[in-house]
Write a protein that binds this ligand. Sequence first.
Ligand code: CP3
Length: 354
Amino acid sequence: TSAASPTLDPTPDLADSTLVRAARRQPVPHTPVWFMRQAGRSLPEYREVRKDVAMLTSCRTPELVTEITLQPVRRHGVDAAIFFSDIVVPLQAVGVDVDIVAGTGPVIAEPIRTRADLDRLPELTPEHVPDITESVRLLTAELGGTPLIGFAGAPFTLASYLVEGGPSKNHERTKALMHGDPQLWSDLCARLAQISGAFLRVQAQAGASAVQLFDSWAGHLSRADYLRHVEPHSRSVLEGVADLGIPRIHFGVGTGELLPAMADAGADVIGVDYRVSLTDAVERTGGRYAVQGNLDPALLFAPWSALEARVREIVEEGRNAPGHIFNLGHGVLPDTDPTVLTRVVELVHEISAR
Ligand code: CP3
């Protein structure tokens, strides 16, 4: 950071990383690649560290967060680390009684369904999450030239867990609240937008080089409902961190119909799942955004020749995008062979080198 002793300053300029450059639609020496859920049960070293530690305990223990986040970077040589945490961590930090049940997901002891419930959900301040600041600082010191992606859950996806009380297939209570009491819904999402935005800001201020907003379940909404009841709140999160000057990635699953709205909500990069081709995603978003994706995570179980052909297609499509970050369409499945992931990283680097 000082011009006085450039040779003694080991701080690499992460603005020059392939991830940040691709997100900014600048030329890159090769296509950057990382995988959602790259840290996790596909790695034996992760299962080892997590053996006797509950999920949320591991997320709040800086030494464990650092080790788990670094594991896939060491093993696969990916171009970015994703902060090891969970979308419910900021909720737990403000006092929500939440547990992550293995094989199920987040379970909320007292769901939020009334005005009185909402009144018990505080805003998030940095004082709620000193451990997150510490984890990010430890991590960025270890990561050197590899950028760290911070993340948060988007208001709709968080609201779904809070209103349903846990994972949901149909989101019926959530949609009933959205339509039955639009004012309460809007107030709940505004509170969640504050929490998510503050959580992203803490990570960015501690050293994250990019942020990703996960609206994993937005694909369950019609476009009209998304635009009216959800987009304003996601926009408030994304626009609220615009001043940090780092790229913002906006991701959801099954969001083919929502891609233009999700991109225009304030993203630099739009996450694309495997249901829509990158070419179509670029067209639908007017060629104005970098794209991230979009290998079907199930294809990691296919014979290498089939997988290789698909990776090549995605890299080719990505060449015609304004910017491309190679990723899966959704998270790594727990039974994935991690050696296949390493091979995919090597292949993407090799065939995209320019
Ligand atoms: O490597 C990474 O991608 C970083 C870590 C990460 C986790 N959760 C760790 C985790 C990220 C980015 C998340 C976000 C998250 N959490 C989302 C959005 C991303 C997505 O997948 O759409 C959602 C919807 C959640 C809620 C959640 N947490 C679910 C559905 C589950 C899975 C439950 C299960 O056991 O199948 C979790 C738990 C969770 N979060 C695990 C991990 C590694 C598994 C816990 C374990 O190892 O036992």
